[in-house]
Every structure is written in C-alpha cells, then in structure tokens.
Design a protein around this ligand. Structure first.
Ligand SMILES: Nc1ncnc2c1ncn2[C@@H]1O[C@H](COP(=O)(O)OP(=O)(O)OP(=O)(O)O)[C@@H](O)[C@H]1O
Length: 439
C-alpha cells in the first residue's frame, strides 16, 4: 500500500515537474531528478518531521495492539493482539509538493486546534529537518497552510531594476519567494525605511527615484544631511529642503497644498483626487525624506518651536495625505520614541515598513512593531555582507525577506537628468496657495 502510494506520488511529481518546466523552463536537472527526489523524501518523512516539530495531535483510534495475556505453563506471559481504542499521533494531511522557482511548496490541512501561527513557530525546525534555507508559512484560507521552502538563499544575487510602467508603483527588488518586491504608493501610501549606516537605505531610495522619474509624479526631497544625498537628483525634484528652516517652509507648503486639494475635492464631490476628472486632477506627490531623525533632533531650546511645527506638519501630511495624492517615504538610521511623540505618531501612520540591517534590537522592534517575532529575529540576522537585504512588511499583511536591486548613484542621477523635463515646477504646483503659505 505504502509502495503504491509512493509510486503514485512519484508519477504525480514528475507530471508537476514537467508542467513547471513548460511554464518556467527550469534547468532540467532540478526538474528531472532534484525535485522528484526532494518531493518524495518530504512526503516519506512527513510523519517523523511533523512529530519532531510538534505538529501532530493525539487522536483516539481503533488499533490492533499487543496486550499481556495469561501466564503460560512455561512461566512466560503470553501476548494477545486485540482491536481496541488507543491514542495515536496524527500528522496534518499533506498534499503533493509542487515545484517553485527557488524550491517547492506544499499545502497542509491543519489539525483541530491548530493555527497558522503554530506552523510559523515551527518553521525554523522544519527548515532544519528538511535541510533547506528557509520555510515560510502562509494561510490562503481557514484550515489550510502553505509551506514554502527555499532551497538556497535567493537574495545572494538579484537581477537588474526592471521598468515600472504603472503609476506610483515601483518594483524595487525581489522577495525571497522569488516574487518582485513592489512599492505601490496607492495601496500603501506611507513608508518607513530604517537601517544602520551602509545597510542599503539610500540604494532603495535610488531605486525609487529611477522608477518614479519617468512617471507623471512630482518628487519632493528633504535631505537633512546638508543635501549631499539628493542634490544630484535635483533636476527631477520639484522641491528640495536641505536644512531645518527650509524644511519648515516646504512642509507648510505641503500642508497648504493638501488643504487646497481638500477644497477641490469637496467642490467636485470627490472623496479623493483619483475620483476627480483627469483634466482637473492635481499631480501626485512623493515626498522622500533622508535621515528623519534630523527633523526632530534638538541642539538647544531655541529650536523647539521649529521642531514642533515640523512634527505637526509632517504628521498632518501622513494623516490626510493619501486621499490628496501626497505620499511619504521616510528613511532613517533610528526611528524611535526617543525622538519625541511626533515620531511615534508618524510611525503609526506609516503602514509600509522596511527594516534593513540594524545595530540594536530596539530599532528593529520600533520599525517592524507588532509583527511576528520571527520577523525581528530575521531582521537581526541580516549580515553586513549583504547590503540591500531587508525585512519588508508588505501590502498582503505578511512579512518577507527581500533585497533591493543594486542602483548606483550614477544610475539615479542619470534618470534624474533624463527625465528632468517631467518635473513640475514647484511654483506651478503651489500656484493656488495663499501668499502667506508660499512666502
Ligand atoms: N541591493 C544592493 N545590492 C548590492 N549592494 C548594495 C545594495 N544596496 C546597497 N549596496 C551597497 O552598500 C553600500 C551602502 O549602501 P547605501 O549607501 O544605500 O547605505 P545607507 O544605508 O544609505 O548608508 P548611509 O546611512 O551611511 O548613507 C552601497 O555603496 C552599495 O555598494
């Protein structure tokens, strides 16, 4: 019976392999030999693995068992086989593994009382048992979990940045599942991008600039590192603030712009700018902030007022900006409550979270917040040899390991110069604002 099942499984995985080959043109070795062997060994060892990883449940079953019987004339105890109810370990039902680009995936039926969290807790144990790089858990519907195994780290090398033709949507890298890592501002309007120095934050901002530069959007920069990061991209930026004083003015403009767009939407009976007719729809605006902490740090008390204004304005943009086409991408080495209550409130508004390599667990905790604790462990494990690798809280509500495409400053600068003619002038954008705001 067991052999027949294995034979059936082998034939099915061969068919699955052929299908995958036709679809993705797999290397024939993995298809013809590697995957069927792996799939068979996964199926064959599932009982032991599930038992070892604590994923089985005791169930009462009718079973033939051996029980001691009468004492024979030789003095030995006779044994009898009896059909009786006993508690046996039951494993979750496993479907056939299917090949994926970087390994395989398999669907399981959860046992009563189990949740996807139980499988997520066991993911590391499963990865070690199967000898794979990582196992990720998702749950497409109640009662089912999908285990996605990656054979080796797919983030060691990632390909080149592809074109991003869709408005406000940029493919910035690759997820460890092999899928593209997409930053879609219309789905997740505000993002926090944290990481220690040399962890790849600016590289990600470069990827965004290259992706957004050919699109009909206005880009606004806040570069409190004295402008060293964003000044080379100024041809494509509609406005750039490089000091605290300039930031206060630019943020006041942004708040004014938001209020103006609110009025426009109200008059047209629209809930957001996307419901306005294209002829009167204002241009969407992506605000890139490098070194967020610089906006909040206070050298002496004289800066208190400026910081309060900055903090309030930025929070208002984060709270109300989405409907009026204002999107935030905030980068920083440390984004914590020690910078003041403004940062904590801003963080709560940013549902997109990216955590590169960090130096301390608190930064990972502050960035990834209340995500699965495994995400924090993963963030802490990012090696300094792999800049650009990050933990991303994605729009599907899950977290992923991902790596941005390598985009040099020269590439971003070239994109900024090539598409400079698409940068709307700031005076044009703010033309309707009252003098008191733009002054
Ligand atoms: N995705 C990537 N792939 C390969 N190399 C990368 C990647 N991202 C960054 N790097 C490398 O890491 C270096 C540091 O990256 P980056 O300047 O983006 O870090 P950072 O976090 O902005 O540092 P800082 O805070 O000091 O400005 C870059 O010079 C680049 O060579």
């Amino acid at each position: 019976m067991r052999d027949a099942l294995l034979l059936l499984t082998a034939s099915a995985v061969m068919v699955a392999g052929l299908w995958a080959w036709r679809r993705w043109h797999y290397p024939s070795f993995w298809l013809a030999l590697g995957f069927p062997i792996v799939a068979l060994s996964v199926r064959a060892s599932w009982r032991r693995v599930a038992l070892g990883c604590g994923l089985t449940k005791k169930r009462q079953r009718w079973w033939f068992t051996t029980v001691p019987g009468a004492i024979a004339s030789t003095g030995l105890v006779k044994v009898r086989r009896r059909f009786q109810r006993v508690a046996v370990d039951t494993k979750p039902f496993m479907w056939l593994p299917l090949p994926t680009r970087h390994g395989w995936r398999v669907t399981l039926h959860t046992l009563e009382g189990q949740t996807p969290g139980d499988y997520a807790d066991a993911a590391e144990r499963l990865a070690h048992s199967w000898g794979v790089h990582a196992v990720r858990v998702s749950s497409p519907r109640p009662g089912r979990v999908v285990l996605m195994a990656t054979m080796r780290d797919p983030l060691v090398t990632v390909a080149q940045l592809p074109a991003s033709p869709e408005l406000l949507k940029v493919t910035v890298g690759r997820l460890e599942t092999g899928q593209p890592w997409v930053i879609d501002f219309r789905t997740v309007p505000h993002w926090l991008n944290a990481g220690a120095t040399q962890s790849g934050k600016s590289n990600l901002a470069n990827a965004l600039i290259v992706g957004l530069a050919p699109q009909p959007v206005a880009l606004v920069g806040f570069d409190l590192k004295g402008g060293v990061e964003f000044t080379p991209y100024s041809p494509r930026l509609s406005a750039l603030a490089t000091s605290r004083a300039e930031s206060v003015g630019l943020l006041a403009d942004l708040v004014g712009l938001m209020t103006d767009r609110m009025g426009l939407c109200r008059q047209a009976g629209a809930r957001n700018i996307w419901q306005l007719p294209p002829a009167i729809r204002p241009v969407p605006l992506v605000v890139l902030i490098d070194e967020l902490a610089e906006l909040y740090l206070m050298a002496d008390k004289s800066e208190k007022d400026e910081i309060a204004k900055t903090s309030t304005a930025l929070l208002r943009v984060a709270q109300l900006g989405r409907a009026f086409g204002l999107y935030l991408f905030c980068c920083g080495q440390r984004i914590g409550s020690d910078l003041g209550p403004g940062v904590t409130a801003l963080r709560a508004q940013c549902s997109g979270r990216i955590c590169h390599r960090v130096n301390d667990p608190e930064t990972a905790t502050m960035t990834l917040g209340d995500l699965d604790p495994a995400a924090l462990v993963s963030a802490r494990a990012i090696a300094s040899e792999t800049p650009g690798v990050a933990i991303v809280a994605s729009q599907d509500g899950q977290w992923y390991r991902a790596r941005s495409f390598y985009v040099t400053e020269a590439t971003a600068e070239h994109a900024a110069h090539t598409h400079a003619h698409l940068a709307p002038a700031w005076d044009e954008i703010t033309a309707h604002l009252p003098e008191s705001i733009t002054a």
